[in-house]
Design a protein around this ligand. Structure first.
Ligand code: ZN
Length: 489
């Protein structure tokens, strides 16, 4: 592996294997027979062994020392390869394999515990997962903060102190906005029975309107909506609740945003280190801007109202404006994924503080439920009624995703910046969206951001797209303007 070309051939093969591993994960959550769980765990661990060996191959390390980039793309590919190599060589093979082995088992245990409302049944798995991820964080951090080390895997070039400071600036404005909204009249929710077939038909239509390429993707049902894969095989999942069509429609738009990023990367970068989203925060900026700034805009809601009347007949809300209010309703609730744009980041702040304490050894699994319930009541003003609405609601910790939650808030922040710039560039945006057309907006995102993949670092990717360094200001201004107008504050 003495040349750049050798390195890239090797990296492409590794990435191809990683895509297979990802597709096994997709399979597990969509169509895998339940009885295959234990075998799948072995299969995943075997593949992980191969991947780990390739990612830490000493020949790769030597090649990376010698290789020199001749242009911007090569420099970015080498940067990504070097970062990954440095990271993977610090993780013992035994640890990587053990994490891969217990992850599907812990996830199944979490699903069952959540269903039964039995936190104690999940605790042994959670303790194991925390112990393994603490160990991994410490191995990577080499004396630094283990939580920051884990977070860097999802969001390079930031740290938890920066995140904490950003959250401290956002919190008072969010709390004040929420208090004002909850003190005003709450608009009626959309009520009724919305058959699964019709919901899925409309969800596919939305995906098409927002540019999802079905020749290189598919939509399936899963307990938790997600997007998986990159390049020419980017699959998304959704879920259906017959009494709440917004759940399916907006989950779909969200995942279409993720998929658009992966489908939108220039074909020349396929299976190369920069041929995918640069970070989870930037990824989430795409899903959130599709879902919220565009999908929950007044103009698009007016079009969606018409489309839903066509699909379901008369609705419980009287007109398009009431429909827009229903799609942006702010009420008391427990669940992060169902939270409105105002309260969503407060959910993230709670998880960020708890998981940071777990990884730093300041909180143990057995005390987590109580810590969650106490914090939730302090932040939201009412107690958690059952574990499925509390500490067992999210899949993340069961699959070892510690350090991931803050990327959701970063995504919202980045989406706020992108939307400010996008709406300034596209004066006809509202008219387009009112016709159900998102082509101009999605083309802007593809041209300015998606096609570059991981060519630039996360903050540079956003700055390049919107023309200024990102911060929380545009998001907070957008939320205050939108909800003050909507709730007549
Ligand atoms: Zn997402």
């Amino acid at each position: 592996m003495s040349t750049y070309t050798d390195l890239m051939d090797f990296a492409r093969q590794t990435e191809a294997l990683a895509q297979i591993s990802g597709r096994l994960g997709w399979d597990q959550q969509t169509v895998m027979p339940r009885g295959a769980n234990a075998q799948r765990s072995e299969e995943m661990a075997a593949l992980e062994d191969v991947l780990h060996a390739r990612r830490t191959d000493p020949r790769l390390g030597e090649g990376l020392q010698q290789a020199e980039a001749r242009d911007e793309v090569e420099a970015a590919n080498l940067r990504e390869l070097r970062r990954a190599y440095a990271r993977h060589t610090k993780i013992p093979a035994r640890l990587a394999s053990e994490l891969a082995r217990i992850t599907p088992l812990a996830q199944t245990a979490w699903e069952e515990a959540r269903h039964a409302g039995d936190v104690a049944a999940f605790l042994p798995w959670l303790s194991q997962m925390i112990a393994l991820r603490r160990e991994e964080g410490q191995a990577i951090a080499e004396g630094g903060d283990p939580y920051d080390a884990l977070m860097a895997d999802y969001e390079p070039e930031t740290d938890s102190a920066t995140i904490a400071a950003t959250f401290e600036r956002m919190r008072p404005r969010l709390v004040a906005l929420r208090a004002a909204i909850l003190g005003a009249d709450t608009p009626p929710a959309l009520a009724g029975h919305f058959p699964q077939e019709a919901q899925l038909r409309l969800a596919r239509r939305l995906a098409e309107h927002f540019g999802y390429d079905f020749t290189r993707g598919r939509i399936d049902l899963a307990v938790h909506p997600f997007s998986s894969g990159s390049g020419d095989d980017v699959r998304i999942t959704t879920r259906v609740m017959v009494e709440d069509p917004f759940n399916c429609l907006y989950s779909t738009l969200h995942e279409v945003g993720h998929a658009a990023y992966e489908q939108g990367v220039d074909a020349a970068h396929l299976l190369t280190p920069i041929g995918r989203g640069v970070s989870m925060g930037v990824h989430e900026s795409q899903s959130r801007i599709y879902e919220n700034q565009l999908g929950r805009s007044r103009a698009f809601c007016h079009w969606l109202h018409g489309a839903m009347v066509q699909e379901f007949g008369a609705l419980s809300v009287p007109d398009a404006e009431a429909f827009y209010a229903a799609a942006n309703r702010v009420t008391q609730g427990y669940i992060r994924t169902e939270a409105d744009e105002v309260q969503y980041n407060l959910h993230i702040m709670l998880r960020f503080d708890l998981e940071r304490a777990l990884i730093r050894g300041q909180l143990e699994a057995r005390d987590l439920e109580e810590a969650w319930n106490t914090r939730f009541e302090a932040d939201f003003g009412y107690p958690v009624d059952k574990p499925a609405n509390g500490v067992l609601q999210d899949v993340h910790w069961s699959v070892g995703l510690f350090g991931y939650f803050p990327t959701y808030a970063l995504g919202n922040i980045y989406a706020g910046c992108l939307y400010q710039s996008l709406s300034a560039d596209l004066p006809d945006l509202a008219q387009d969206l009112a016709r159900g057309e998102a082509v101009a907006a999605t083309a802007w995102l593809r041209t300015r951001l998606q096609r570059f993949g991981a060519l630039r670092g996360p903050r540079d990717t956003i700055a390049h797209a919107c023309g200024f360094a990102p911060d929380e200001g545009p998001l907070m201004d957008y939320l205050e303007a939108k909800f003050s107008e909507l709730y007549k504050l």
